[in-house]
Write a protein of this length. Sequence first.
Length: 180
Amino acid sequence: MDNDIKEVLVSKMEIENICERLGKQLENDYKDKNLVVVGLLSGCLPFMADLVRHINLYLATDYIKVSSYNGGTASSGHIEIKSDLNIDVSGKDVLIVDDIIDTGLTLKEVVNYFSNIKKAKTVKTCVLLDKKEGRKEKIEADYVGTLVPKKFVVGYGLDYEDFYRNLPYIGVLKEEVYNK
């Protein structure tokens, strides 16, 4: 898999430092709150697992599965909720965790869903990566690990056709891999 990577953008050590920094900030911001951390499957798994280990608070976790990429390299713009929460978040403080904000289409729809349908008390977002150049919606994440350029990135939860999620870093996928 490493041979398919053109360059490493965020190293394993940098990711560890990001998780620690964000975890401490979230711990401070959410003390005395009824926090539910909700991950967007499947890309959030490594990031969310490492992130919550750095939040020394009572919190609940759950997941929602949404899809917008459908096997390609860019968001389709069509969001589909494939699997919903198992717990009730009405009246609670929800933190949505995702691997990346790119177009903003997915995150905007999920925030609206939790605010308007699930009736959360507050809804904030936390992403490992922010790809501002790809933004199509006016939305910014409340907590951001780091910025990345408009390149197709994989690793640490991010995938291409369900592969590369297990890389311990974020890398740029070589174009010849996805332009076959």
